[in-house]
Write a protein that binds this ligand. Sequence first.
Ligand SMILES: Cc1cc2nc3c(=O)[nH]c(=O)nc-3n(C[C@H](O)[C@H](O)[C@H](O)COP(=O)(O)O)c2cc1C
Length: 217
Amino acid sequence: MIYKTADIRDQDGYKLLVSLVVPRPIAWVTTVDDEGIVNCGPYSFFNAVSGDPPVVVIGIGAKTKSTIKDTGINIRANGQFVVNLVSEDLAEQMNLTAIDFEHGVDELKLAGLSTAPSAVVKPPRIKEARAALECERIAILEISADRAIAVGKVVAFYIQDDCMQDPAKMYIDTPKLNLVGRMHGRGWYTRTNDRFLMERIDLGEWTKKHGNPPAPG
Ligand SMILES: Cc1cc2nc3c(=O)[nH]c(=O)nc-3n(C[C@H](O)[C@H](O)[C@H](O)COP(=O)(O)O)c2cc1C
């Protein structure tokens, strides 16, 4: 099947993309507005796109036909956000914070969550989250008045102490974080505990086994 984007309805591009790009990690984003009111919402158009410097991106959509979601309003205004990561035991609370409450409503309180101060940025992290990335805006790609992609440099990493395997070596006990991701259609999620190991093969090792690779071209 081939679908040319020019031939399909706008909403079908979303439908195809979210069924193909799976699983997607979830950025549970906290921001603050001009008055310091904390806002929170989950975003699965999210990923890490650079390790050095550490950079993440978030795709923020429309709240109404002409306004971006509150997370976007706040990042446009002050450039700071915290990506809290979602463990399975927090999934239902994360889902509550996705309800389209009016700007200024304390979604964290409604979901029975609390905040802890961040180390570098003004928006707090979600205290119950086992890991969080404090971010400062590098750029905002303005897609339209109501949509944007925020590109943020991670300026501090929070990992709950008991989720560290070896703090000196910066080894994280990732399975203990028990993070969830988003799958295809509405309402579907996945766990991250079905792992398999496949070591990287370097060129020397490959050549020893198979002989010299064919010349390029
Ligand atoms: C798991 C999950 C992932 C979501 N991902 C996105 C996303 O990537 N982009 C987006 O615009 N909305 C996404 N949403 C919807 C927003 O979370 C929702 O509109 C929320 O109310 C936005 O909050 P805010 O206006 O406080 O920023 C997602 C919802 C859920 C439950």
